[in-house]
Design a protein around this ligand. Structure first.
Ligand code: DGY
Length: 328
């Protein structure tokens, strides 16, 4: 055990068991309330700590990294996505970045299916009828949705989460299509009978349901821009459990309002919690507050990954989930 314990600053409240373990192992500063830190608080933490444990609600940009103290050696992100961290600048400053991949795959894929079913089977409309005490009994023609079995699902980004969505959707009888930077190995494609599309435009134009599952990077920003959204079939729906910036939210809202896209299921938004108010008014959308990975089990496993990354670093090794710019 090193004589001096690493000083670790955690920017948000984490599950109690995770906070307790962090405090046992390191000289840890925990948050008293669950509000995001201000930029000044982040700068102060980064000036003095050995390790920062941020979350996606902290923007760790080049300016903040530039002001970091010499002690800061690891940014151990609590979360899989690292688009809020300037990984390139951190690397130039010799600061390692790690994340928590893998442990939120199934939960996020489950929520993707929930959104697909929620939109196509009009679940929020049914709920509104019940909560409004508006139901006068079964009707052969009320609240008819579309059957997912037999529909073409296009998965944009076939990493861990995309593949987990594919397995679930295949079990629901959907036909699986995907677009990805690299084509998958034949045996992985065969498992779910997935069809690879090199051209995203061509895939988008032919799908009944599109699921966004790629990370947000400079090259995926507005990948679903107005031009591409217009390629979608008017009876198609789009779901997004990845990052809001991948879809041009204003263009999507306009097209949903105009009936040019049939529906959307969104867990993430282009400007965080500042959602386009017109999107909120629509009936053909299911909107969730970024809860794709929000299970008790997942949050603890994310914490365990953070602990392992810091502990491994403390023991003089590379954190197992180190993120390097070439991975982005
Ligand atoms: C992540 O870890 O990046 C997820 O978006 C959190 O839900």
């Amino acid at each position: 055990m090193p004589s001096e314990r690493l000083s670790v600053v955690v920017t948000r409240r984490l599950p109690e068991v995770v906070e307790r373990r962090l405090a046992e192992l390191f000289d840890t500063t925990l948050r008293k309330d669950d509000t995001p830190m201000t930029r000044e608080q982040l700068a102060r933490a980064m000036a003095t700590a050995d390790v920062l444990v941020p979350t996606l609600s902290d923007r760790i940009d080049a300016g903040l990294i530039g002001q970091a103290g010499d002690r800061l050696k690891l940014i151990a992100n609590y979360g899989a996505g690292v688009d809020h961290i300037d990984v390139h600048t951190a690397r130039q400053r010799g600061i390692l970045v790690s994340n928590t991949p893998g442990v939120l795959t199934d939960d996020t894929a489950d929520m993707t299916m929930a959104l697909i079913l929620g939109v196509t089977r009009r679940i929020p409309e049914g709920l509104a009828v019940m909560q409004g005490d508006d139901w006068s009994g079964w009707s052969p023609t009320a609240l008819l949705g579309g059957r997912v079995a037999g529909r073409r699902l296009g998965i944009l980004g076939m990493g861990r989460i995309g593949q987990a969505v594919a397995r679930r959707a295949a079990a629901f009888g959907m036909q699986i299509h995907y677009h990805n930077r690299h084509r998958l190995r034949p045996e992985v494609e065969a498992e779910v009978g997935a069809t690879y599309w090199e051209s995203l435009d061509q895939m988008v134009a032919r799908m009944d349901v599109l699921s966004v599952n790629c990370p947000h990077t400079p090259s995926t920003f507005h990948l679903m821009n107005a031009r591409r959204l217009k390629l979608m079939k008017p009876d198609a729906v789009i779901v997004n459990t990845s990052r809001g910036e991948i879809i041009d939210e204003n263009a999507l809202t306009r097209m949903l309002r105009a009936g040019e896209i049939a529906g959307a299921g969104l867990d993430v938004y282009e400007h965080g919690s500042s959602i386009n108010p017109r999107l909120r008014e629509l009936k053909n959308v299911v909107l969730l507050p970024h809860m794709g990975s929000a299970t008790r089990e997942g949050r603890i496993e994310m914490g365990e990954k953070v602990l392992l990354n810091i502990k491994t670093f403390d023991d003089g090794h590379r954190p197992p989930d180190q993120v390097v710019p070439s991975m982005l």
